[in-house]
Design a protein around this ligand. Structure first.
Ligand code: NAD
Length: 480
């Protein structure tokens, strides 16, 4: 499968040229240009928002059951095309092909679940308080056209989280995926259109991110803003949304702690932690970053973790032997080097890796640090890459306090064989998702969202759909 010619989808037309110019899309595994991406300017952005207004008026009128049938068909098409979509995903994003295939299949499962939930937008009836009222009902209706912004780390899963809930609820969407990974988004939009979603109900734009977000958020047709991205951009878009009183969901960055308890099976922790840490080269919002080990186990765990990281096979995501692909763009390499330099400067111990690999492509050696001072950048900011840090602790209370100390609160993990400790950790860790004895906190049936700076609102699960609705109370009185 070759990389496709890129186009935006605006007002029912596929545009291979647009007024905002163009930019290349790069293969991170070898730095070759895959294609040229047309960029939307003011004209196409306004047309996309207007189209979403029309799309909403048409799509909201489609009965919930009929929307469900179309979205289930889209899920099936996504499965049929999984290999082809996954290949494009790996070409533009870098992760191993098997990870991309799993991502596309999981996206289809998310869509199935949200399509089902769309049939269950229940309301309630309330007993009238005063004479002359026949009925009082509380209903949920679709919020309206949505401007959706997604990053490059999960180019299939993250757009589908938004598209599935928004469309199932009866909303239309203007999707702006990241400019690094537009091919996957384009193939996904085709899936929805081929399944029967009206053309105006999905618009796809790329462009100058700041220009696109300001134009769409300010546009009167847009009712809701949903972003998955960094805390900084999430706050910026949240402020813009607030200025226009637009509904807002933010799925933002994380800095996940892992507390390993005295009684944990270290071999099991090591195996699952290495897989979780270096999946997608650590470019995962809920990726484990800070490992807290009882002081007595700290050195041996740190050494074995570093050994596991050193053994990872780096390479192109299309090579079946590859365990970790390149980082997705060159800026990530600079960021990683910044974290490493700062940590070394603060006195942290580098146990392995931490350098660019001398070959074409954006490859970075998986890095493991130990004993990083709390003030180091690595212990404060999300590295969003293949860097882990192993810290010692003396009491469980101290480890929980350290885990909760940052302004992030997305994923948090712990390993213990003691049921009481598991309950305590579930209760006391300040995070939207807590995984005890495993890392699989992202499931279609479960709400996914962050506390504190990590976000507002959830995606997936029954709650995901509700964020694309407004409440309305309807009371009917006796006619005169
Ligand atoms: P980013 O914040 O730079 O960009 C996210 C999206 O917002 C992109 O499409 C970007 O183009 C767009 N954008 C809109 N207006 C913008 C503006 N004014 N300036 C810059 N970008 C603007 O995020 P990123 O670096 O692409 O993605 C990585 C971040 O996403 C990490 O922090 C990661 O933790 C987070 N993330 C969160 C989740 C979650 O579910 N909580 C999932 C995946 C990634």
């Amino acid at each position: 499968m070759e990389y496709p010619e890129l186009a935006l989808h605006v007002a029912g037309q596929w545009l291979t040229r647009a007024s905002g110019g163009e930019r290349p899309v790069t293969n991170p595994a070898d730095e070759t240009t895959l294609a040229t991406l047309p960029l939307a300017g003011a004209e196409e952005l306004a047309a996309a928002a207007e189209s979403a207004r029309r799309g909403f008026l048409a799509w909201r009128r489609v009965r919930a059951h009929d929307r469900y049938v179309i979205l289930r068909r889209a899920a099936e098409l996504m499965r049929e095309r999984a290999e082809a979509i996954a290949t494009v995903l790996t070409l533009e994003q870098g992760k191993p092909l098997a990870e991309s295939v799993r991502e596309v299949r999981l996206s289809a499962d998310i869509l199935d679940f949200q399509a089902e939930e769309g049939k269950r937008l229940y309301g309630r009836t309330v007993a009238p308080r005063v004479e002359g009222i026949l009925s009082q009902t509380v209903v949920r209706q679709p919020v309206g056209p949505v401007a959706a912004f997604t990053p490059w780390n999960f180019p299939a899963n993250l757009p589908v989280r938004k598209l599935s809930s928004a469309l199932a609820a009866g909303c239309s969407v203007v999707l702006k995926p990241d400019e690094e990974t537009p091919g996957t988004a384009m193939l996904l939009v085709r899936v929805f259109l081929d399944a029967g979603v009206p053309a105006d109900a999905i618009n796809l734009v790329c462009g100058d991110p700041a220009q696109v977000s300001s134009a769409l958020i300010a546009h009167p047709a847009i009712a809701k803003v949903s972003i998955t991205g960094s805390v900084a951009v999430g706050k910026l878009l949240g402020e813009q949304a607030a200025r226009h009183l637009k509904r807002f969901t933010g799925e933002l960055g994380g800095h996940a702690p892992v507390i390993v308890c005295e009684d944990a099976d270290l071999a099991f922790v090591l195996k699952s932690s290495l897989a979780a840490k270096y999946r997608n080269a650590g470019q995962v919002c809920a990726s484990p970053i800070r490992f807290y080990l009882p002081r007595r186990l700290h050195t041996v765990f740190a050494e074995q973790f570093a050994e596991g990281a050193r053994r990872l096979r780096l390479g192109s995501g299309l090579d079946a032997q590859t365990q970790m692909g390149p980082l997705t763009h060159a800026r990530r390499l600079d960021d990683m080097e910044g974290f490493v330099e700062d940590a070394l400067g603060c006195g942290a111990r580098l146990l392995t890796g931490g350098r660019r690999v001398d070959r074409p492509g954006f490859f970075f050696e998986p890095a493991v640090f130990a004993d990083a001072p709390p003030a180091s950048r690595l212990m404060q900011q999300e590295p969003f890459g293949p860097i882990a840090v192993i810290q010692p602790y003396d009491t469980l209370g101290e480890a929980i306090d350290a885990a909760n100390a940052l302004p992030y609160g997305l994923g948090a993990y712990a390993f213990t064989r003691d049921l009481m400790t598991a309950h305590r950790l579930g209760e006391e860790l300040d995070a939207g998702m807590v995984g005890i004895n495993h890392y699989g906190v992202s499931q279609p049936e479960m709400p996914f969202g962050g506390w504190k700076d990590s976000g507002i609102g959830q995606e997936m699960g029954a709650e995901g759909l509700l964020h694309y609705t407004e409440l309305k109370t309807i009371t009917v009185g006796v006619p005169n």
